[in-house]
Design a protein around this ligand. Structure first.
Ligand code: GLA
Length: 748
C-alpha cells in the first residue's frame, strides 16, 4: 500500500516527528514554550538532542535500550510540544528485528542488525560482534559530541555534529577509538547515516558520467533494496559524485517541494548506500569510506576519523537545495571562506599548444591574452623534464632547458609586466616509467611485487601513502614555488589507481594505502598553502574527476571537464551546479569545431563560459581582429557581473535536458543585480519561445534592463520585478546556438 498521505505537502511539519515513527513514539511529557533557538540542545527529560539551523531541525534521542536513534530531520519544529522520547521499533516477528527496524543513528554490525552498518570491526579475540550504546555527551556551542561504546569492550565511537545555522546544513563525522588493550581491525567505517522520514515513493537524484561527460543528472524512484554510489578508483572519479538529493514522491521541482540532500568531503574511495528497507521502509543514506578492500588495524589507544558527511533540508525544491550548498561552500568550505575573493579571468594554453610550449610561444600568447583583459596566465603541461608528449617526464619537476633555456623567470616576469599573475600545471602524484624519478625510485610507484604495473596514459601512480614519497613531492613543489613568483597551480591527476600495492608496509596495514594516500595529498596541499599563503590551486583530474567537498576545502577552483564544447557544457554545468557553486566551476572559451565536431558562435561560447569562473583556452594566434574585439567586450562585461555569478544565488530556469531552451539566472547577494543567460539549441517549425519568467526578484522594485544585444523583445528601459517574474521576458532567439545575456540593475 502506498502511504502517499505521508508525503502530502499540506502536512504540518510539527506532525513529522511523530510520523517518522507512527507506531513507536509515545509522547511523554509535553514541554512548555517555544523551541529554544540554540544550535545544539539536550532535553534531559526526554533524552533527546535537538540540532537547529535557521529553517530545519534534526532530532536524535536515546531509546529504552540506550541506543541513539534518529527521530526527525526536516523543516523547523517550532515548539517543544513536538518532541517525544525515542522508542525502539516494535518487533512483531522474529525475522524483523527491532534493531534493524529502528533508525539507529550509528549502527555497528552485530547483534541482529541487518541494514547497511556504519561500523564493522573484528576484535583481536576473533569477536566480530559490535553493539553500540550511549556513553556520554558534550555540547560546545554549535558542536555536539556523543560517544557510543560497545556493550562489552572499550571500543568507542565519537560522533561529532556541527551545525551551520545560516546554511541549513549539519555535518556528521565519526571517530573510532580503540581503548581496548588489543588490536581492533576496522573493516568498514562510515561517517554516518541520514534518514528521511519513513515511507515509500521517494526519488533519488544523483550525478554520474565519465571523462568529457561529467555530472549528468539522474533522477529515479527509490525502491526496496540498495543503490550504491561509490568510487573504487582512488579518487573521487568522473563516474559518480559523492552527492545525493532525495525528494518525496516526485513532489519537488526547482522551486518547491521537500528535498533532503547530502555530500561527502572525501577525495578517495567513497561510498554512499541509498537504501529502502523492505520491512519498515526506512529510507537511509549511509556514507563514508568505501569498505571495499578496506582494512585498518587500530592499535590500543589509536583512533580512526572518518570524512565529513554533510546533510541539508529545504522545502523549496532542488533550486534552493543547490543555493544552500553553494552558500555553504563559499562561506564554510573554500579556502577563501573568511575573505571571499572573485575568481580572476584566466588564460590556459593547453588546447592551443598542448605539449608544445616554449618561452617565445608563451610570451606571444600572454601578450594577446593581456590585451583581452585576462588576469591570470597559466602554462599547462609540457614545460618540465623531457616532456614532449605524454610518454615521458612526469616526476621530473625541473624546467626543460631546451624550451626554457633561462628557466621560468623571464616568462613569469613578462607575464607580470603585462599585469597578469602566472600559473603553472603539475601532476605531482604521477610518474612516467620514462623519467629520471622512476629510474631512481621504481619502488615509489604503487605495485605488487612480481605483478604487472598497468600503465594508463603511459604513467604510474606514485605511492603517496609513503612518507618518503610524500616528503619528496612536497619538497619539489615547495622549491619551485619558493624560487618563482607562481600565483596559481593546476594540480592534475590523469589516471586512477592500479595494482594498489604497498609492499614496504606491514601486511596488516597495506590496505591503508587508499586512505593514507588521500590524507597525504591533503597534507601536501595544506602545507604548501601554509608556506605560500597567496597561492591559489585548481584541482583537476582529466576534467572533473576530483570534485568533492574534501578537495574544495583546499583548492580555489576545479576543472569542470575536459569537454569544453559549449553545447555539451550546458548539461555538464547544470549537473555540476546541483552540488557545487559556479564560483569554483572553471569554464573556458575554446576553439571550434570542438569535441563533437560542433561549431558554435564565439558569443555563445562566451556566454556559456561566463556562467562560471571564466577562462580562455583558445589558440589566440588563430583569432581574427573581430574575435579579439568581441572577446574583449565579453570579458569586460563578465567583470561587471562576475560577483553576481560567482557569489550570488543561482536559479536554473530552463534545463538543457528538457527542451531547446536553456536559461540560468543569477542574483547578487544584496539583490542589486540580476543576470539572465539564455541559449537556444535549435529552433524548429518557426516556433516562438514562451516568455521567460525570472525568479527571486523583489516584486516591488524597478530594474533597469541592460541588453547585450537586441534579442529581448520588450524594449522598455525599466521593468518591475513583478512584471519580470509574472509576465517574463520575450526573447527573440533564432536558428541554431543562439544566445543572449540580460543584466538587470535594481533602481534604488
Ligand atoms: C588533463 C587536463 C587537461 C590538461 C592535460 C595536460 O587532461 O584535464 O586540462 O591539463 O591533462 O596533459
Amino acid at each position: 500500500m502506498l502511504r502517499t498521505a505521508k508525503h502530502s505537502r499540506n502536512r504540518q511539519p510539527a506532525l513529522w516527528g511523530a510520523l517518522m515513527f507512527p507506531l513507536l513514539c509515545t509522547p511523554l511529557r509535553a514541554l512548555e514554550g517555544a523551541m529554544n533557538s540554540a544550535p545544539v540542545r539536550y532535553v534531559p527529560d526526554l533524552r533527546v538532542w535537538v540540532l537547529g539551523t535557521g529553517r530545519t531541525t534534526y532530532v536524535m534521542g536515546l531509546n529504552e535500550r540506550g541506543e541513539l536513534q534518529t527521530l526527525y530531520w526536516g523543516g523547523k519544529l517550532t515548539s517543544d510540544h513536538d518532541l517525544s522520547a525515542a522508542r525502539s521499533h516494535a518487533e512483531h516477528v522474529s525475522f524483523d528485528s527491532s534493531e534493524t527496524m529502528t533508525n539507529l543513528e550509528y549502527p555497528g554490525w552485530g547483534g541482529r542488525y541487518y541494514n547497511e552498518p556504519a561500523l564493522k570491526v573484528t576484535l583481536a579475540s576473533g569477536v566480530r560482534d559490535l553493539v553500540l550504546k550511549y556513553a556520554s555527551q558534550e555540547i560546545r556551542g554549535d558542536t555536539l559530541e556523543i560517544r557510543l561504546k560497545d556493550i562489552q569492550y572499550d571500543l568507542f565511537v565519537k560522533l561529532i555534529y556541527k551545525v551551520f545555522p545560516g546554511e541549513d546544513i549539519i555535518c556528521k563525522q565519526a571517530v573510532i577509538e580503540n581503548h581496548t588493550p588489543q588490536i581492533v581491525t576496522v573493516e568498514g567505517a562510515q561517517s554516518g547515516v541520514w534518514y528521511v522520514p519513513e515511507g515509500e515513493g521517494y526519488r533519488l537524484t544523483y550525478l554520474t558520467g565519465r571523462w568529457a561527460n561529467e555530472t549528468q543528472l539522474i533522477r529515479e524512484a527509490i525502491h526496496p533494496g540498495k543503490k550504491v554510489l561509490e568510487s573504487r578508483r582512488g579518487n573521487t572519479s568522473h563516474n559518480l559524485n559523492p552527492w545525493f538529493a532525495i525528494d518525496a514522491g516526485g513532489e519537488a521541482d526547482e522551486e518547491q517541494g521537500r528535498v533532503w540532500f547530502g555530500a561527502l568531503g572525501w577525495s578517495g574511495n567513497w561510498k554512499l548506500v541509498v537504501e529502502e528497507t523492505p520491512a519498515a521502509h526506512q529510507v537511509r543514506v549511509t556514507g563514508g569510506y568505501n569498505d571495499f578492500d578496506f582494512s585498518w588495524p587500530l592499535q590500543p589507544g589509536e583512533s580512526l576519523g572518518t570524512p565529513p558527511y554533510y546533510g541539508g533540508f529545504t522545502s523549496r525544491g532542488f533550486g534552493e537545495a543547490s543555493r544552500l550548498l553553494h552558500r555553504f561552500e563559499r562561506d564554510q568550505i573554500l579556502p577563501d571562506r573568511a575573505h571571499p575573493e572573485v575568481r580572476p579571468v584566466l588564460y590556459n594554453s593547453w588546447e592551443a599548444t598542448t605539449f608544445d610550449v616554449d618561452e617565445a610561444g608563451q610570451k606571444v600568447l600572454a601578450e594577446k591574452a593581456a590585451k583581452l583583459g585576462v588576469e591570470l596566465f597559466v602554462m599547462d603541461d609540457g614545460w618540465f623534464g623531457k616532456r614532449n608528449d605524454d610518454h615521458a617526464g612526469l616526476g621530473d619537476w625541473y624546467v626543460n632547458p631546451q624550451k626554457f633555456p633561462h628557466g621560468l623567470q623571464p616568462l613569469i616576469r613578462y607575464v607580470n609586466s603585462l599585469g597578469m599573475d602566472f600559473g603553472l600545471w603539475f601532476e605531482p602524484e604521477m610518474v612516467n616509467p620514462d623519467s629520471d624519478l622512476y629510474r631512481q625510485h621504481p619502488d615509489w610507484a604503487m605495485n605488487f611485487p612480481g605483478r604487472p604495473r598497468s600503465e594508463a596514459r603511459n604513467q604510474l601512480v606514485l605511492n603517496l601513502a609513503r612518507e618518503d614519497v610524500k616528503e619528496y613531492i612536497f619538497g619539489v613543489l615547495d622549491k619551485i614555488l619558493s624560487e618563482n613568483k607562481i600565483k596559481y597551480i593546476k594540480w592534475d591527476m590523469n589516471r586512477h589507481f592500479g595494482e594498489p600495492g604497498w609492499p614496504e608496509a606491514p601486511l596488516a596495514e597495506q590496505k591503508e594505502i587508499w586512505v593514507k594516500y588521500v590524507r597525504n595529498v591533503y597534507e601536501i596541499i595544506d602545507r604548501l598553502r601554509a608556506r605560500h599563503p597567496s597561492l591559489d590551486i585548481e584541482a583537476c583530474s582529466g576534467g572533473g574527476g576530483r570534485v568533492d567537498l574534501g578537495i574544495l576545502e583546499r583548492v580555489n577552483i576545479v576543472w569542470t571537464s575536459d569537454n569544453t564544447e559549449a553545447f555539451d557544457r550546458l548539461g555538464i554545468q547544470e549537473g555540476f551546479s546541483l552540488a557545487y557553486t559556479p564560483k569554483v566551476m572553471s569554464a573556458w572559451v575554446t576553439d571550434v569545431p570542438n569535441l563533437n565536431g560542433r561549431s558554435t558562435p564565439l558569443s555563445y561560447r562566451f556566454l556559456v563560459a561566463m556562467q562560471g569562473a571564466l577562462g580562455i583556452g583558445a589558440n589566440l594566434n588563430k583569432w581574427s581582429p573581430e574575435d579579439f574585439a568581441l572577446a574583449a567586450r565579453m570579458i569586460s562585461t563578465y567583470k561587471s557581473i562576475r560577483e553576481t555569478v560567482q557569489q550570488g544565488d543561482l536559479y536554473r530556469l530552463c534545463s538543457p535536458r528538457e527542451g531547446a531552451l536553456t536559461a540560468n539566472q543569477y542574483i547578487s547577494a544584496h539583490g542589486k543585480q540580476a543576470v539572465l543567460f539564455a541559449f537556444l539549441h535549435s529552433q524548429q517549425y518557426v516556433r516562438p519561445l514562451p516568455a521567460l519568467c525570472l525568479r527571486g526578484l523583489d516584486a516591488n522594485a524597478l530594474y533597469r534592463v541592460k541588453r547585450l544585444d537586441e534579442k529581448v523583445v520588450e524594449q522598455q528601459p525599466v521593468l518591475s520585478g513583478s512584471f519580470l517574474m509574472q509576465h517574463g521576458l520575450n526573447l527573440d532567439l533564432r536558428g541554431d546556438y543562439d544566445s543572449t545575456l540580460v543584466i538587470l540593475e535594481r533602481i534604488e
